[in-house]
Design a protein around this ligand. Sequence first.
Ligand SMILES: [Zn+2]
Ligand SMILES: [Zn+2]
Length: 310
Amino acid sequence: MKTCTKCGAKPVIIHRKASGQMLCKECFIESTTDKVLKSIRKNKLIEKGDKVAVALSGGKDSVMLLDILNSLYKRNIIDIVAITIDEGIEGYRKHGVEIAARNAKKLGVDHKIVPIKDYFGKNLDEIMLDDAREHGACTYCGVFRRWIINKIAREEGATKIATGHNLDDETQAILMNYLEGNIDNLTRIGMKSEPKSDKFTVKIKPLREIPEKEIGLYVVARELDVHFDECPYSKESFRGEVGRFIKELSVDHPTIMYSTLRGFDKIKPVLKKEFSGKKVDMGQCIRCGEPSSHELCRACLFYKKINNEE
Ligand SMILES: [Zn+2]
Ligand SMILES: [Zn+2]
């Protein structure tokens, strides 16, 4: 029987093919937590005194993120507010919102639950009822969620917004944008955002170097309360197709996600220098007052369309 390469104990719960490490449950939890905390320090994602708004969906990524950031909260290094957006997706969202609430309560962190409908008049299912919608569900959802998170985080006095994006998400985003030739989007992918307006809070992705599989294993090993349901709208996306492709390649090439990420991070400064071209003036949206480079921000444009306010 295999033994842990760190402590010699049995049983081994993971064989990290990319590094050759074999780890027992305790060493896996410890090494994963250390990796995230080290990356937070090294990249100065969070500093003492920060108030971190955690985008908490109740899924494995955000619950793991909250669990690790909680170690900084307990030591009084940071303050946390958890924000859960209720998109209003039948048979999917309610479960996630309940789990998010249980996790926040267990840790004693402040928790805001915000329905999309409160701000945009309709929930996602109602928006998608109309076949004539010009965008897919993920586009409306993404735009509305970003708008809400940014607004609530600012109102709560948060200095950082942390999201649970993992290694798979990041490599998908990199590859997708390469394939679509979307250089402008590429220059914006990273561990930490550089906001164009001081009304935007800095966004950070502390789990960016952790593969999705290890996040699943972490929440099971820590016995965390999460939901594994997949969003019913997620199958529609190009992102999903690219994700399946990278996963397939990873079976025979276990380091491919890491090398995609590392390679991208190396060329990103050059890309930015060469292509971050048009400096847009960030004004204010005339309807909601949020930062926008046009008269109406994208969220308000969508709001008007879905509520037939032309
Ligand atoms: Zn061990
Ligand atoms: Zn607006």
